[in-house]
Design a protein around this ligand. Sequence first.
Ligand code: NAD
Ligand code: WQD
Length: 346
Amino acid sequence: MKILVTGGAGYIGVHTILALVNEGYIPIVVDNLSNSSIEGIRRIEKLKNTTIKTYICDIRDAEYLSQIFSENDIQGVIHLAGLKAVGESCSDPISYYDNNVSGTLVLLKTMEKLGVANLIFSSSATVYGNPKTLPIKEDAKLFPTNPYGQSKLMIEKICQDLANKTKLASKNAWKIALLRYFNPIGADKSGVVGEDPKGTPNNVMPYIAQVASGKLERLSIFGNDYPTKDGTGIRDYIHVMDLAEGHVAALRWVLSIKPLISECRAINLGTGSGTSVLELLSIFEKETGVKVPYVYSLRRSGDIASCFADPSLAHSLLGWKASRNMAQMVSDTWRWQEQNPSGYGE
Ligand code: NAD
Ligand code: WQD
């Protein structure tokens, strides 16, 4: 079964492709390579001894996208393509709404035109903003605090409207899973693919890995005065391969829904437990034996104290549960970093 993966060359994309191949699906990649390189896909081809059809295409290019759908018998779409840097979304909101919202509209129009109604969408825990209660359930208030998060929420609403439109019997009733990821980290255990941020990393795990490898001098911990157990921010880190397998579980669920029934469900993908920055550092040092120098600095604007999921819906609806622990997350990150000090290289 052929599954189109937009953004398939990116960090979550390559791991999702690996999970799809592992489960016997045929992924077809669409990516404009604005934040990735083709090397990740090439490495999966080598690892799995297979070929992955890849189109260098911007999802806003309606004509090319239609052609890709027409050339391939696509049964479903995993839509990961988009811009994801929170800070950049505040300084350049138009690019974020254009890429994420307009790009998704082009994709949805193309799917509707060609009768493909099975969709898995990368949403984010960022749609919850600063949660009132923890752990966060899917019915919590949605209050994104930056244009990136707003763009994710807008797409969720568009998807919900599409599914509502076809609530009555229709030949191509939409079936949509809106996956709200918490904090994906780690890499496949092979060490051949991983996170390869351009420039200085924004996120804590790749930052720690680059400090440990000597590329960066020290970690700045953004705030040690939060109302948490040690004063540093708490997040729900999830192994990227667990996340990738969550996509396959969501795909199976979507494909199992009767043709005339429409569905659109938001589903958290997290582990359900929170880890502070200091705890993350200490697990990293224990697992790798490498010391990571750090300093405390001011809180990062827009950060929240704590955020972790109630992942029970994913378990009951999709039969999926994260299975890899923090030790695996950091040791897999480190294997990738050590084997690929310059990421995928130039
Ligand atoms: P990434 O930047 O590594 O991957 C995104 C991919 O989309 C890149 O390969 C990029 O080249 C491609 N892309 C961007 N705009 C495109 C366009 N207009 N047309 C075609 N391709 C385009 O990011 P990622 O971490 O793999 O994230 C994947 C998705 O998951 C994103 O939508 C992101 O918002 C979402 N997400 C990520 C995280 C995270 O922490 N990594 C958390 C929650 C949600
Ligand atoms: C984690 C913790 C920081 C860097 C972001 C996006 C979110 C989602 C995932 C896409 C926090 C602290 C960080 C550093 C630090 N992406 N930190 N020093 O902010 O939870 O989520 O990525 O959807 O939308 O906002 O992740 O890894 O940046 O931060 O102390 O150099 O590490 O303050 O407590 P975050 P993160």
